[in-house]
Design a binder for this molecule. Structure first.
Ligand code: WTA
Length: 654
């Protein structure tokens, strides 16, 4: 986040009370919210215990609520036994079996609906297929799928048999997929021939083949769902079609009853150092946090049609497409393709067609759609919408106001939800019938969550508008349990800074005079490009894998639509390329990095230099590079640089 953004939200003081007719029907009233907050404050563990008993269906009830004997490796409800898929599906069958669970819209325009009963049958059949292929509780299964219902079926089927899934975003490259498969030692990959995106087919199976070519000793089977019908290579003995795998499988499958702490999934995400880390989530605590937040924040009612536009490859797709809303018995919309296909009205067209009532998306999408003007949304009937949400990065007030007026017609509250892959579920958000919103603020922590902003010494900052570290002071059920295979990194990344007292989110934030939280962005070297999390280290390693590159430093600059975009300073082996040579190499490197990591990691700017600015101890001066990339004034002392003239070159002036 830059100073300019901090400025813009510091000066934002508009406030929007909840619309009266929304508040009148809301699931949570001011009195109820106050009661929840008081209860949580009085006895935080007791609060979660009550809710875990009421909201989850247990095979064996838990006696122990929070186990902090190994803190900060907290455990919740650990002696309880349950199944996540049972809690998302079977519990609804008696009263709501015929209610739509998933309304699917394919990019080419095909569409179908699965009721809770039909979804349960599909999940059971696929779960039986997984068992038939030898998958057992605790095995890791990688899912690399387009946004089709089978992706959810695959996740739920893993949960049903106690296998731990690890979904890899379909936009990641074969190399990224390979690293994740290897780190998780996955026994199986579930994929598709491809998926539709922007009118083109994204070849997923080919990427799986490439990923498994030079690794993948752990992978025994690949199940391939046929979506696009394009020809793919099938390796004898390893690959089988989804349709063949489920053939003859029974449509009932007794859930595997697992302990509350059983790892439901791993999801790889970027940190500031090293390779992406496998964030490990639990079964009961995760499910409780996602279910409750779905109900509280999205005000879910029986007749709602809830559309979270996130891909299942990201945590938002896990928590608010696959698990939270289904645990809450909601009807969800799932859309396969690009927001701009065939034009920028597609989202609004789907809202009209499927009667979407709650719409949850990312600021980057809003900015892109806002840029197209107001005519496209005006063409569609958006009158069913009653609640709007935002997630993934700070929403700039301009986009917020556009969302509020042009999409929500000033009628729909906006819930700006702050959370992370690691937190599992929404941590801070307005409660839509109660909280007055301010554009750009995620307002307050939801009940049970104890968030604070502290200075470098760990003291709570009471001065409004003074920024600091965003921390969580009490464990919560949905929190990550560890980093897969690397608990030391879990401890050092999230806990060590303040002596294990607080969970350190890695964001900076401030609280205003009303106590509202304003998240200012990452405090570390994690970038948010179009809301997607990328580590500078990963991108730098991808660059230096190219034979011409000696060294590189990656920073972000501000981007009108993506929020942040990647800016790389590159030092080549041999002489620095200039003119047409530089353009050619830059284009080649852009493709190269895209191939290494996936298209989302393609740098927007590449600038060649003779060397990089470093401190005496050899550390790259990233802040200086960031200022240069953003054309900001340089405030650091550059006199200690070995070669101060390099600054002019880095600025692209020599
Ligand atoms: C950022 C996405 C401001 C933040 C769910 C966090 C936000 C990172 C918001 C996590 C928000 C997420 N306002 N910033 N409402 N939501 N962030 O793991 O920097 O992909 O640390 O999880 O996104 O990104 P992740």
């Amino acid at each position: 986040m830059t100073d300019t953004n901090i400025e813009s939200i510091l000066h934002e003081n508009r406030s929007f009370p909840p619309p009266q007719d929304f508040a009148a029907k809301a699931r949570i009233t001011p009195a109820e919210l106050a009661a929840l907050a008081t209860e949580a404050q009085r006895d935080n563990v007791g609060f979660w215990t009550r809710l875990a008993r009421e909201e989850l269906s247990w095979h064996t009830k838990f006696k122990q609520a929070l186990d902090d004997s190994q803190a900060p490796n907290y455990r919740w409800f650990a002696d309880g036994i349950l199944n996540a898929s049972y809690n998302c599906l079977d519990v609804h069958l008696a009263a709501n079996g015929d209610k739509p669970a998933i309304i699917f819209e394919g990019e080419p325009g095909d569409s179908h609906t699965l009721t809770y009963r039909q979804l349960t049958v599909e999940v059971c059949r696929f779960a039986n297929a997984l068992k038939a292929q030898g998958i057992e509780p605790g095995d890791r299964v990688v899912i690399y799928m387009p946004m089709v219902p089978e992706a959810i079926i695959a996740m739920q089927a893993c949960a049903r048999i106690g296998a731990t899934h690890s979904v890899v975003f379909g936009g990641f490259s074969a190399n990224s997929l390979r690293d994740r498969i290897n780190d998780a030692s996955a026994r199986m990959v579930i994929t598709a021939d491809g998926g539709w995106r922007g009118g083109k087919s994204v070849e997923l199976k080919a990427a799986v083949d490439a990923a498994l070519a030079d690794s993948g000793r752990s992978v025994e089977k690949v199940i391939v769902f046929k979506r696009t019908g394009e020809p793919v290579a099938m390796r004898e003995g390893r690959d089988l079609w989804w349709s063949d795998a489920v053939k003859g499988q029974r449509d009932r499958c007794e859930p595997a009853w697992v302990g509350a702490e059983h790892p439901l999934f791993l999801l790889y995400t970027s940190g500031s150092t090293g390779k992406p880390k496998g964030i490990q989530h639990s079964t009961a605590g995760y499910l409780l946090s996602t279910k409750l937040s779905s109900q509280w924040v999205f005000d879910l009612r029986d007749d709602d049609v809830f559309w979270c536009t996130a891909d299942i490859g990201w945590v938002t797709g896990h928590s608010y497409v696959c698990y939270g809303p289904l645990a809450a018995g909601a009807t969800i919309v799932m859309y396969e393709g690009a927001p701009m296909y065939p034009d920028g009205g597609r989202f609004w067209k789907i809202c009209e067609k499927l009667g979407v009532t709650i719409f949850y998306t990312a600021p980057t999408a809003l900015r892109a759609l806002m840029k197209l003007g107001n005519e496209l949304p005006a063409k569609y009937d958006l009158s069913k919408l009653r609640l709007l949400g935002s997630v993934g990065e700070p929403i700039n007030p301009e986009a917020w106001i556009w969302y509020h007026t042009v999409i929500g017609k000033q009628r729909c509250p906006i819930v700006d939800t702050w959370w992370q892959t690691e937190t599992g579920a929404i941590m801070a958000s307005p409660i839509p019938g109660v909280t007055a919103t301010k554009p750009g603020s995620c307002t307050n922590p939801i009940p049970g969550i104890d968030m604070a902003i502290v200075d470098d010494e760990g003291h709570v900052i009471s001065n409004p508008d003074q920024g600091g570290w965003l921390v969580v002071r009490k464990p919560w059920p949905g929190m990550l349990r560890t980093i897969w295979g690397d608990n030391a990194r879990y401890l050092s990344n999230y806990w060590a800074r303040f002596g294990n007292r607080y969970y350190v989110a890695g964001d900076t934030a401030h609280q205003d005079q009303d106590g509202y939280f304003w998240c200012l962005g990452r405090a570390d070297d994690v970038l948010k490009v179009s809301g997607h999390r990328l580590g500078t280290m990963e991108i730098e390693s991808a660059f230096v894998a190219h034979p011409h590159v000696a060294e590189t430093a990656v920073v972000s600059r501000l981007h009108e639509i993506k929020g942040e975009s990647i800016f790389a300073f590159v030092v080549c082996r041999g002489t620095r390329p200039t003119g047409a040579d530089a353009d050619r190499l830059a284009a080649e490197l852009r493709e190269f990095v895209g191939k290494e990591l996936g298209a989302i990691a393609k740098p927007d700017d590449i600038r060649f230099a003779d060397n990089l600015p470093k401190t005496r101890s050899g550390k790259i001066m990233r802040r200086l590079l960031r200022a240069i990339a953003r054309d900001e004034e340089i405030t650091e002392d550059i006199s200690t640089l070995e070669n101060p003239a390099i600054v002019e070159q880095l600025r692209g002036r020599t």
